[in-house]
Design a binder for this molecule. Sequence first.
Ligand SMILES: Nc1ncnc2c1ncn2[C@@H]1O[C@H](COP(=O)(O)OP(=O)(O)OP(=O)(O)O)[C@@H](O)[C@H]1O
Ligand SMILES: [Mg+2]
Length: 222
Amino acid sequence: MILQVKNLVKQYKHHDGLINALDDISIDVKRGSFVTVTGPSGSGKSTLLLSLFGLIRPTSGTIFFNNRIITGATDLELANIRQEHVGFILQNFALIPYLTTVQNVMIPLALKKVDGDEQLERATEVLKFVGLANRINHLPRELSTGQQQRVAIARALVHNPSVILADEPTGNLDPALSLEILDFLSKINQTKGITVILVTHSPVAAEYGNYKIHLRDGRLAG
Ligand SMILES: Nc1ncnc2c1ncn2[C@@H]1O[C@H](COP(=O)(O)OP(=O)(O)OP(=O)(O)O)[C@@H](O)[C@H]1O
Ligand SMILES: [Mg+2]
């Protein structure tokens, strides 16, 4: 198992009262699997995804990554684990507007203090892989939506993570582009053995999963 989640609970304290966003979630994720997380709006999908590697601190429960307990790790330890092992693809892409394609993709390597020439080389290589070799010096606003999404994917991949976490990565895209991105995630999963955890509203996207998680009111639903 690459990830084991045991009895995960996340409560948000709100002045309107306590919200049980995650209510006793337990899941086992095998290395190399393609996990889809579906469920109605507000069912806890994003909270689950962001809790896995500590971007949100769970209220209780235990998370094992590579058989090591990571709940309880310090912020710095968690940041290091994310930098080393995890790629994030978020819905709004989160590209830095004043950096070019290749500079955006170099960010995870810069954080790891990889040598400058190597950063450029590896970012260029992964941009070739996503079909953007001829757009490396463009700014995000000079790219189409699908191209921006592929930059975000390239950035999530460049440091060779063992897990990719994607929250509605095709939410803003037309059906054809969505399929392109999904096929791409599937290719990464199959050829590189990267574990993918994909949050989605789309039934089509959910079909890509070989482990399908459905949430309702913060609980696993059948
Ligand atoms: N920071 C917060 N403070 C208080 N409540 C929150 C906070 N973040 C999320 N919630 C609540 O927790 C619940 C789960 O939210 P979450 O964002 O995980 O849902 P989701 O399944 O990702 O929904 P969507 O499909 O709309 O993105 C919701 O009821 C939401 O209102
Ligand atoms: Mg969400």
